[in-house]
Ligand binder design. Structure first.
Ligand code: IPE
Ligand code: IPE
Ligand code: MG
Length: 254
């Protein structure tokens, strides 16, 4: 179990331990080049490869990528089906390389909505890489922060049926083990590419004290230099977790 940022003040290192990214702007990247939107999604997969490698090299322990939100089903069916096909082909092509690089793959979200072939591929890819320890790459697919909080609540109630008659006993430590990413600490750094400054139903619970970095660059153009710039920005933040600046300085001085 990782400490909760609202229960105790976490220690933060100069390299973010957990980076969570909303990979946005694929469509606009393509449209600005007079290409079909799906060309942007294909280029987005290339950027994923670059950023996974760069994060592993920098010593990031957990990298979480938002690939498909619970609201992305609202898109035209053709675009959704291209995204599903890209997801399948990326898993088929990349898992051996991830494994060779010591990366453990996890996929979180309401996976039951995917076609059985994709569900099976996800399970195979996870079990192929399950023993790897260098970095955990989580892909959030058909994920929504509200879905996660609801499913965790249902599952906590199943584990603690006494809560129904004693709801005042419900605390964080009973709920958070049931969140989809209970195996990871809360993100230190959130990055959203593509210029929008919103969370779009990503990790709502876990972002409580995450540093939020927004860049106008479209996801297919997000490279290791842009990642380094985000890390530099992160190093300059004073993470106070509700305390005063003076308290933080005193702790840093030991
Ligand atoms: C992000 O890029 C990829 C997914 C949501 C799957 P978009 O497709 O949202 O690109 P824009 O925001 O329309 O440019
Ligand atoms: C968020 O991007 C979801 C992913 C990147 C997977 P969207 O493009 O779907 O977000 P909105 O609709 O602009 O908020
Ligand atoms: Mg978008």
């Amino acid at each position: 179990m990782f400490p909760s940022s609202t229960v105790a003040v976490p220690v933060s290192a100069s390299v973010p331990r957990h980076v969570a990214i909303i990979m946005d702007g694929n469509g606009r990247w393509a449209t600005s080049r007079r290409l079909p939107r799906v060309a942007g999604h294909a280029r987005g997969v290339e950027a994923v490869r670059t950023i996974v490698e760069a994060c592993a090299k920098s010593g990031v322990e957990f990298l979480t990528l938002f690939a498909f939100s619970s609201e992305n089903w609202r898109r035209p069916v053709e675009e959704v089906s291209v995204l599903m096909r890209l997801f399948i082909s990326a898993l088929e092509r990349e898992v051996e390389q991830l494994h060779a690089n010591g990366i453990r793959l996890r996929v979180v979200g309401d996976l039951g909505a995917f076609e059985p072939r994709l569900q099976a591929l996800i399970r195979q890819s996870e079990s192929r890489t399950v023993t790897n320890q260098r970095m955990t790459l989580t892909v959030a697919a058909n994920y929504g922060g509200r879905w996660d909080i609801l499913q965790a609540t249902r599952s906590a109630l199943r584990a603690h049926p006494e809560l129904v008659s004693r709801p005042e006993q419900l605390d964080e430590s009973m709920l958070t083990p049931h969140l989809a990413m209970a195996y990871a600490p809360e993100p230190d750094l959130f990055i959203r590419t593509g210029g929008e400054q919103r969370v779009s139903n990503f990790l709502l619970w876990q972002l409580a004290y995450t540093e939020l970095h927004f860049t106008d660059r479209f996801w297919p153009d997000f490279d290791d230099k842009a990642l380094e710039a985000a890390f530099d920005w992160y190093r300059q933040r004073e993470r106070r977790f509700g305390q005063t600046s003076g308290q933080v300085a005193a702790q840093a001085a030991g």
